[in-house]
Design a protein around this ligand. Structure first.
Ligand SMILES: *[C@@H]1O[C@H](CO)[C@@H](O)[C@H](O)[C@H]1NC(C)=O
Length: 156
């Protein structure tokens, strides 16, 4: 009798865990979950300028990716930087004299390569991209240049 009870208890726990996971947030198909930030990420390889990349991310229900820790960035770039020449827009851009994330989250983490961020001579609007060749550190680039990009949306 006790054994049966034990089995039931395990079954119950199993069901709670399994069903619990269904309730737990999951990302849309082809998006990657990073639990610690409760967000989903996806790489878009088609080359776009910064503004259309951001517009497409908004269309997808998010923004260009923002990073708030080394772990978050490593997790994502490990998955998405497949080739050493892959340059991917992230959502960090210069607005006036300030660097901000397009999703308006706090700037609490940056990973610039030495010498960056620097202003470009011609004063065109600039934003940041991440580059596997340089250990995924960030570089500045004019917004009208094109590259692939990473979108991020928060789970609700
Ligand atoms: C970006 O804009 C500048 C100034 O209009 C232009 O000289 C440059 O060729 C543009 N770059 C691209 C990739 O369109």
């Amino acid at each position: 009798m006790f054994k049966v009870f034990l089995h039931l208890a395990f079954l119950f726990e199993f069901l709670t865990l399994t069903l619990g996971q269904d309730h737990e947030k999951i990302c849309r198909e082809k998006w990657t979950l990073f639990k610690a930030s409760s967000a989903c990420y996806k790489k878009f390889p088609s080359h776009e300028c910064f503004d259309s990349a951001e517009a497409n991310c908004v269309h997808e229900g998010g923004h260009l990716v923002s990073f708030h820790s080394q772990k978050e960035m490593q997790f994502i770039t490990d998955r998405y930087s497949q080739s050493s020449i892959d340059r991917l827009w992230i959502g960090f851009h210069k607005v006036g004299n300030t660097w901000e994330w397009t999703d308006k989250t706090e700037v609490d983490y940056t990973f610039w390569i030495d010498g960056e961020p620097k202003d470009h001579e011609n004063q065109l609007p600039i934003a940041a991209f991440t580059y596997l060749f340089d250990e995924n550190k960030w570089l500045t680039r004019e917004k009208n240049e094109t590259s692939g990009y990473i979108c991020k949306y928060l789970l609700k």
